[in-house]
Design a protein around this ligand. Structure first.
Ligand code: GLP
Length: 260
C-alpha cells in the first residue's frame, strides 16, 4: 500500500484527481469506480476543472459502489442522484456510461448479478475511488462483510445510518438497507484509491492500514490488493504509527513513479 499524507483536505482531493487524470490521459477509456459521500467530492470537482482545462473524459465510464434500497432515484439523496449531480454532470460524462446499482428492483439478487455482469462487460474497473466510514466500511460493506463478497443487499449499521442522517431531514428517513459492491468485487479493480480527511476518520484509517487484516475492519482488505493508494490529510493520518516512514517514502519516490 502507498500511504500519502498531505497537509490539507484540499490537497488530498487535488492529488487523488491528479493520479486519476494521469491515468485518463494515457487510457481515455478508463473505467472509474465511483464512491459517494463527502470524501471524494474534491476529487470530482478537480476532475471537472481539469476537463474544463482540456482533459478528455469523453470515453470514461463509471460504476458506483452502492445505492440505498427503496429510495426513488429521483430522491436527492439516492446515490443515482448524487452520482449524477456530483460526477456525471460536472464532468460531462455520457449518462449511458455511468452505472449505479438498482435499489428498486423487484428481484434484488438478479439486479446485483446483472451489475456484476455489467462491470465485467466493461472490462472491469480500472481505478476504484473509495472513502472510508468511521466504522471502517468501504462502499456499504459493514464490519464482518466477507472479503469474498459480491454485489448484494446489506443492512446498514446503526452508526452508518446516524452518520448519513446529516444528508436527510431525519434519521427515520435514512433507509435501513443498501445494495453494495462486495469486497471481492472491489478487490478486482486494477487500482484502489482511498481518500480520507479529518480526525473522525483517524481510528478507521489506522485500523485499516496498520491493523490486522480482518473483516471487522472491511477497509483492511486494501492490504490484500496489489495496487492500493491511501491519500490522507494530517488529521486523518494522526493515529498512524509509521507516519514518518510514509512521509519519507513519498518524498523519496522515484520520478518515474510520480503522478503529481
Ligand atoms: C458512505 C458511503 C461510502 C463512503 C462512506 C464515508 O455511507 N457508502 O462509500 O465512503 O460512507 O462517507 P463520507 O465520505 O461522507 O464520510
Amino acid at each position: 500500500m502507498e500511504i500519502v499524507i498531505l497537509p490539507t483536505a484540499a490537497e488530498v482531493g487535488r492529488a487523488a484527481a491528479a493520479k486519476i487524470a494521469h491515468r485518463i490521459a494515457r487510457h481515455p477509456e478508463t473505467v472509474l469506480g465511483l464512491a459517494t459521500g463527502s470524501s471524494p467530492l474534491a476529487i470530482y470537482a478537480e476532475l471537472a476543472a481539469r476537463r474544463e482545462a482540456g482533459l478528455d473524459v469523453g470515453r470514461v465510464s463509471g460504476f458506483a459502489l452502492d445505492e440505498y434500497v427503496g429510495l426513488p432515484t429521483s430522491h436527492p439523496q439516492s446515490y443515482a442522484s448524487v452520482i449524477r449531480t456530483t460526477v456525471t454532470e460536472p464532468l460531462g460524462l455520457d449518462p449511458a456510461r455511468v452505472h449505479v446499482p438498482d435499489g428498486l428492483a423487484d428481484d434484488i439478487e438478479a439486479a446485483c448479478a446483472a451489475y456484476e455482469a455489467a462491470i465485467a462487460d466493461a472490462g472491469g474497473v480500472d481505478v476504484q475511488i473509495l472513502g472510508i466510514g468511521a466504522n471502517g466500511h468501504i462502499g456499504f460493506n459493514e464490519p464482518t462483510s466477507s472479503f469474498q463478497s459480491r454485489t448484494r443487499i446489506k443492512t446498514l449499521a446503526p452508526r452508518t445510518r446516524q452518520d448519513n442522517a446529516r444528508f436527510f431531514d431525519s434519521l427515520d428517513e435514512v433507509p435501513t438497507h443498501c445494495v453494495t459492491q462486495g469486497l471481492g468485487t472491489i478487490l478486482e479493480a486494477r487500482e484502489l484509491l482511498l481518500v480520507a480527511q479529518g480526525e473522525a476518520k483517524a481510528d478507521a484509517v489506522a485500523a485499516a492500514v496498520e491493523g490486522p487484516f480482518a473483516s471487522v475492519v472491511p477497509a483492511s482488505v486494501l492490504q490484500w490488493h496489489r495496487s492500493a493508494t491511501v491519500i490522507l490529510d494530517e488529521a486523518a493520518a494522526s493515529k498512524l504509527r509509521l507516519a514518518e516512514y510514509y512521509r519519507y517514502t513519498y518524498e523519496h519516490k522515484p520520478p518515474f513513479q510520480r503522478w503529481d
